[in-house]
Design a protein around this ligand. Structure first.
Ligand SMILES: [Zn+2]
Length: 188
């Protein structure tokens, strides 16, 4: 955390003032992802902190039809040099969710793309879709089914925040994440 706080610049956006407590809160969650020997935020330079979730214009094209709409997002890793967070979400997160882990998992996915290329991630994505279709409970947020990028971010949240539940729900996925992050949070 000392190195992280020294290396990263925290930028308050849209009027947010990032104080020392906020920096430590963000660092303490982000650095969970760094506990293993291999993962690092090599390209990360800055953390942009907004007071509230913010609006991002979205554009989708399907069968030649373009749809433009605005989507509220709590944080989004737009490029590999910065991570964006909404402080209101970070502050109100409970023990089952972590917007910080979520966004830093997005950052790693953009930066190294290791997990998205693992066959187990695709298999677990499809298994989750089937589970949710049956109406069964899962430790993963249904938003994880938006795409594989979201799946990896929500799975990483569950891995660190609800490891026992994830391990019993989908043990091959848990093992995949334990290998990638180099830690076993069920032992904590
Ligand atoms: Zn996301």
């Amino acid at each position: 955390m000392h190195v992280f706080l020294h290396e990263q610049s925290f930028v308050g956006c849209a009027g947010a003032v990032v104080d020392a407590n906020m920096r430590v809160e963000i660092a303490s969650q982000a650095c969970l992802l760094l506990l293993g020997p291999r993962v690092c935020f090599a390209e990360l330079r800055s953390i942009l902190v907004y007071p509230e979730p913010f609006i991002v214009p979205q554009r989708e094209e399907e069968h030649g039809v373009v749809t433009e709409y605005e989507q509220e997002v709590s944080g989004e890793a737009w490029d590999t040099s910065s991570v964006i967070l909404a402080w209101s979400d970070v502050a109100s997160a409970d023990e089952r969710c972590s917007p910080v882990v979520h966004e830093f998992a997005h950052h790693l996915d953009h930066a190294d793309g290791v997990l998205r290329n693992r066959p187990q991630v695709r298999a677990s994505f499809e298994a989750l879709a089937a589970t949710i279709e049956r109406g069964d409970q899962t430790p993963l947020d249904p938003d994880a089914l938006q795409n594989e990028t979201e799946f990896i971010a929500y799975a990483s949240e569950a891995f660190f925040e609800a490891p026992q539940r994830l391990a019993s729900f989908d043990s091959p996925l848990y093992e995949e994440l334990a290998h990638y992050y180099g830690v076993d949070p069920t032992a904590w």
